[in-house]
Design a binder for this molecule. Sequence first.
Ligand code: SF4
Length: 188
Amino acid sequence: MDDFRREVMECRRCDLCQTRKNVVFGMGDPHADILLIGEGPGAQEDEQGLPFVGRSGKLLDQFLDCFDLARGKNVYIANIVKCRPPENRDPTPYEQEQCIGWLYRQIELIDPKVIVCLGRIAAQVMIRDNFRVSVEHGVFYEKDGRLIMGTFHPAAILRNPNHKPLAFDDFAKLRDKLEELSQKETER
Ligand code: SF4
């Protein structure tokens, strides 16, 4: 992962390299069973070079903590694009296309059992381009031999607290799914 990280840190494949302060590579347990994928870095993430470090990150950490998970404890966190889109706009299709190869390589290296997409952009890139978080959150799909699920982005939960119990249920389903998978592994 270290050589790969060095390569990504020098990336200039799209124009976001011109306005970024830091490439936000990702962080967590490099052998995690769970990979959380957000959309892209915000201002604080860009400043610190780490994913989900603002208010959204605190909320995400609280959710993880409720299920005895944490970044670095069976969880890895990354984004669809690794540099901050100015003014927190959505990453363009071109920027997503240029960056997604890095994420695919990260997925190969981490080899998670379950991928959780945080928010619409991540779910539409990773699951299906017409994925609707409000309707399909918490549903596990199988893609390329892995389970993948979409849920609400923590920033969306901060904007609309009605989403909080729904997202909490999705994380509970994630915990149950992991238990089911490890049970199956021990029975083999
Ligand atoms: S967003 Fe991705 S593709 Fe664009 S410069 Fe940053 S690392 Fe490279």
